[in-house]
Ligand binder design. Structure first.
Ligand code: NDP
Ligand code: 8X3
Length: 254
């Protein structure tokens, strides 16, 4: 029996790498994508027959289209697409944020995710089989200062997931949006703060955040549910985090 195929974006670190490791242990073959070829090759060296490294920039729509169209025949029938690649850049208020950062987040988190979905989905529908797991974020549900465009890109992921499901009604193809909260053990905060490790570490000080394998365990669960069950949206947080109350700015009373 051939092993099922999962395509994971952002498989070079953090959640994506942990998801790859869980799925490989579970008997999936993994098409591992990200920009850093060396990281993907290292994974492929560990699992030579089970991993197909596919270096690409998810913002490059033409490369995505051709890479998916030219997959080797025995890798082409993708059973599981994990749209995980993404990033936050900066935590500045909107009025002083960088427009370049906004564009990179929108290009990666929204357009990149849409492009790879657009390339993979027709095959899933033709085979009447498949699961898409989109990695959203609680930042798409709850506002926080400095979350501006990052949160908005994750709101896109949330609604795109629900709208995909609406279009897929009548097919066996499933779509889930997994929305984690505070999570450490990945490069997320280092990327957000442009390599500033001290600032990145301060985010997790005094907390026990989610870890990449926590997210991977949920993806593994989603991927092994009976095929008649669709989890639409799933929000997960560490115990040390909670949705906060609305805030009110009061004029000083002097
Ligand atoms: P990491 O920074 O560790 O991983 C991000 C991954 O995305 C990397 O593998 C990176 O690979 C890839 N990536 C980024 N840009 C591109 C690009 N242009 N083309 C291809 N691949 C790209 O962070 P996490 O593992 O924490 O984040 C994974 C996902 O989870 C993201 O979508 C993030 O928004 C989301 N998330 C993170 C949370 C957290 O607190 N950590 C909480 C909730 C959601 P490479 O650089 O090699 O291209
Ligand atoms: C990452 C979670 O709260 O840092 O998506 O934006 S948060």
């Amino acid at each position: 029996m051939t092993l099922p195929v999962a395509l994971i974006t952002g498989a070079s670190s953090g959640f994506g790498l942990a998801i790859a490791q869980r799925l490989l242990a579970r008997g999936f073959r993994v098409i591992a994508t990200a920009r850093r070829q060396d990281r993907l090759s290292a994974l492929a060296e560990q699992y030579p027959t089970q991993v197909l490294p596919l270096a690409l920039d998810i913002r490059d729509r033409n490369t995505i289209r051709s890479s998916i169209a030219e997959l080797p025949a025995d890798w082409a029938d993708i059973d599981l697409l994990v749209n995980n690649a993404g990033l936050a850049l900066g935590l500045a208020p909107a009025q002083s944020a960088s427009m370049d950062d906004w564009q990179t987040m929108i290009d990666t988190n929204c357009l990149g995710l849409a492009a790879i979905t657009h390339a993979v989905l027709p095959g899933m529908v033709a085979r009447n089989r498949g699961l898409i797991v989109n990695i959203g974020s609680i930042a798409g549900d709850y506002a926080y200062p400095g979350g501006n465009v990052y949160g908005a890109t994750k709101a896109f992921v949330h609604q795109f997931s629900l709208n995909l499901k609406a279009d897929l009604l009548g097919t066996a193809v499933r779509v889930s949006c997994l929305e984690p909260g505070l999570a450490g053990g990945s490069e997320f905060s280092k990327v957000r703060f442009q390599g500033d490790e001290t600032k990145a570490a301060s985010i997790y000080q005094g907390t026990q955040p989610l870890m990449p394998d926590d997210i991977a365990s949920v993806v593994e669960w989603l991927a092994t549910l009976p095929p008649h069950i669709n989890i639409n949206v799933m929000e997960m947080m560490p115990v040390c985090q909670a949705p906060s109350a609305l805030t009110i700015h009061r004029k000083s009373q002097v």
